[in-house]
Design a binder for this molecule. Structure first.
Ligand SMILES: [Zn+2]
Ligand SMILES: [Zn+2]
Length: 452
């Protein structure tokens, strides 16, 4: 009797172990059901669609009446919503939060290191971006170790986007940021050596900031390409763009978005013919500023208080008092004069446009920067579908170099979001993010929170 009961209990234990190992091995299944699907390809949306996810891959898509939902799938109702690839921002600053005044912000961080180490700021940014449907980013400029650590935390499951990091940028013109954010270069040879050092430390990309010489760009690009990593150049005027372009810089960032006149036809033609992506970072000055003058209430979003905590929230808010006089916006008249012309040049040229926002810069919040950027392009004549493709597939493949990301197709990585309404009719619908799935994990929405 005793041996029988022991036998049974051993059998039960064995069963339990089997089911544990089964559930550990069986990939999680998610079915997003009912909404319109924008795939990220040049094709019409699929209406009343189902997206089926297994593990971290998309395994089926199609009209909902044609896709069988497995019994063990977690069903996420997206009725009345639009599903699309997770958004990607190719120019972010995890160490910034939208505070109005850099010197004051960094001083405050220095004085509050105990409660607000840089890692906490970066974690806040990571969460804000992910909750806004931004499932991948390129971070362009932060202290090296903190950047590597952040990437590791996200990899281990902390809520945040997939991230490529540059660590500190290379420059000859030291900006108002603290030393740890930048490497001061004095010769092309030194620039190349710094690239070697950053690559060995594990950065994903190199950021070449403004003020470098033509020879510096050539040395940086040669060194980076030897390590098979891309160079992003932070450049504004025609000469700097020309130098960076000729040297083979992979991604041209900013390109005229801060008050420089439109570029020569020759430069535009060369960039278009090269197929290399440009990231105009249009909205963060020329459109964020008037948007805030028109509606300063946007600075009062209660979510900021919840995300930042009281002391940092208060500090940020008080930096916006008299925001029209902030140093960051002193050349606003000139920037706004050239803003439309410069942007239209990129939209009509046929250049490969990548959507990046420079978010974290003054009044340019992680929470809403990307849909604002897309809205500016759409308001100037880009189709909403093109803008979405640029912020997903183009960003994934042409900028981040990740081939199986950026579309909702069978076999691709399962980064899928759902937004309220139809972004093909009103691109600002991208600001109404209801569901976020990254790498096959539900971070926002889903069955548990659906009833809210
Ligand atoms: Zn920059
Ligand atoms: Zn930037």
């Amino acid at each position: 009797m005793r041996s029988l009961s022991r036998g049974i209990s051993q059998f039960v234990v064995a069963l339990a172990m089997l089911s544990v190992s089964l559930s550990a091995q069986a990939p999680k299944k998610i079915a997003m059901v009912g909404g319109m699907l924008i795939t990220g390809l040049e094709e019409p949306p699929i209406h009343h669609a189902t997206v089926l996810i297994e593990g971290n891959r998309i395994v089926a898509i199609g009209p909902m009446d044609q896709i069988k939902i497995p019994a063990d799938a977690t069903v996420v109702d997206t009725s009345g919503q639009t599903m699309l690839p997770g958004l990607i921002d190719t120019h972010v600053h995890m160490v910034l939060i939208g505070h109005g005044d850099y010197p004051r912000y960094f001083k405050w961080l220095d004085e509050h290191q105990k409660d607000y180490p840089l890692s906490r700021i970066m974690d806040i940014s990571a969460k804000q971006l992910l909750m806004a449907g931004v499932t991948s980013v390129v971070d362009l400029g932060a202290p090296l170790q903190e950047s590597l650590d952040l990437k590791e935390r996200i990899k281990k499951g902390m809520p945040g986007p997939r991230i490529q990091i540059s660590g500190p940028w290379l420059t000859r013109h030291v900006a108002i940021f603290p030393d740890r954010y930048q490497i001061n270069v004095t010769s092309p040879e030194q620039a190349a050596a710094e690239v070697d050092r950053l690559a060995a430390a594990g950065v994903d990309v190199i950021k070449a900031h403004a003020g470098l010489t033509r020879e510096d760009y050539f040395a940086i690009v040669a060194a980076a390409h030897k390590h098979k990593i891309k160079v992003h150049a932070h450049i504004y005027d025609e000469e700097a763009v020309r130098n960076a372009f000729d040297s083979g810089v992979d991604v041209l960032q900013h390109v005229g978005s801060a008050g420089t006149p439109p570029f020569s036809q020759k430069l535009m033609d060369d960039i278009v013919a090269s197929g290399r992506p440009v990231v105009p970072t249009a909205a963060h000055r020329v459109w964020v500023y008037p948007a805030t003058v028109d509606f300063p209430e946007r600075l009062d979003d209660p979510q900021y208080k919840e995300d930042l905590g009281e002391p940092l929230y208060s500090e940020m808010k008080s930096s916006f008092k008299n925001f029209t006089g902030l140093g960051y916006f002193t050349t606003m008249d000139r920037q706004m004069f050239f803003g439309d012309k410069s942007l239209e040049q990129w939209i009509t040229s046929g250049a490969v446009v990548s959507m990046g926002t420079d978010n974290g810069t003054p009044m340019n919040f992680h929470k809403d920067a990307l849909w604002r950027e897309l809205k500016v392009f759409v308001d100037h004549g880009m189709t909403p579908q093109r803008a979405i493709i640029d912020a997903t597939r183009i960003n994934a493949r042409n900028v981040m170099g990740i081939r199986d990301l950026g579309t909702v197709e069978v076999g691709k990585l399962a980064d899928v979001i759902a937004v309220e309404g139809n972004p093909l009719f009103d691109i600002a619908a991208l600001g109404q993010v209801k569901v976020v799935v990254k790498d096959g994990v539900i971070y926002k929405g889903g069955p548990e929170t659906k009833k809210k």
